[in-house]
Design a protein around this ligand. Structure first.
Ligand code: KIV
Length: 264
């Protein structure tokens, strides 16, 4: 696969062609995922839960992220690599610039951070200095303690308005991509329509420009996975087949279905 870039993803959105993202944490899976034609790989801080066995993502450190990004980068063959900035690694702009540079030097092509308007100054500075940014709104797992659990966000009119305003602000600040996690499908559809940048959904219904799943959820490894997950290993005889099945189900509009989505 020729190297996927932020520009080629924007072009896919212009052509109304959907794309996919899968999380990966090591070279072996990164090689298979990129060989299957998955456009983007997220080295997510979900590794704190699915690799390290923690209850949430808060224990993940910069050193952990660097280790896993380097490994994924060695296996990758053309997918765009998005590296998560872990909890408290972007609490002020100087810290954000320093830690983002570390992730980029480890092999990431873009960094992801969780939050809205309070991050606009950092997003602006990162993009001006050559670091593309993916923002993340809705259920932001690093804020699980202020959100009161892993719950659907944006159900009230006021909460939906805040997410929508944040989405417009991060785009104006220079973000290249936006992840929307666990919000009503109608809200995700409206934001995806209004923004120029591609929106990647997880538990956000079928109308975003792309879909992301956590590797262990997609392969049926997670016991009692959340409602928005589908096991794409079922019926496949190879792991690569599961990634291809995910990609084609998203591109055909078959996934996510109503049963994987949330309403107001
Ligand atoms: O860390 C992660 O894997 C993520 C996805 C769930 C979007 O942020």
């Amino acid at each position: 696969m020729t190297q996927v870039t932020a520009q080629s993803l924007l072009e896919l959105k212009r052509k109304r062609e959907k794309f996919v993202c899968v999380t990966a944490y090591d070279a072996g899976f990164a090689a298979v995922i990129s060989r299957a034609g998955v456009e983007t790989i997220l080295i997510g801080d979900s590794l704190g839960m699915v690799v390290q066995g923690h209850r949430d993502t808060l224990p993940v450190s910069m050193d952990h992220m660097v280790y896993h990004i380097e490994a994924v980068s060695r296996g990758n063959a053309g997918s765009l690599l998005i590296g998560d900035l872990p909890f408290m690694s972007y609490s002020d702009t100087e810290k954000t610039l320093h830690n983002s540079a570390r992730l980029m030097r480890s092999g990431a092509h873009m960094v992801k951070l969780e939050g809205g308007s309070w991050l606009c100054e950092s997003i602006n500075k990162l993009t001006q200095r050559g670091i593309p940014v993916c923002a993340h709104l809705g259920l932001t797992p690093q804020s699980v303690n202020t959100l009161g659990g892993f719950k659907v966000q944006g159900r009230s009119e006021a909460a939906a308005r805040r997410i929508s305003d944040d989405a417009h602000e991060v785009e104006a600040a220079g973000a290249s991509l936006l992840v929307l996690e666990c919000i009503p499908q109608q809200l995700a559809a409206a934001i995806s329509r209004q923004l120029t940048i591609p929106v990647i959904g997880i538990g956000a219904g079928p109308d975003t420009d792309a879909q992301v799943l956590v590797l262990h959820d997609l392969l049926g490894v997670t016991p009692s996975p959340p409602r928005f997950v589908k096991n794409f290993m079922a019926g496949q005889d190879s792991v690569e087949g599961a990634f291809r099945a995910f990609s084609s189900a998203v591109k055909s509009g078959e996934f996510p279905a109503e049963e994987h989505s949330f309403n107001h």
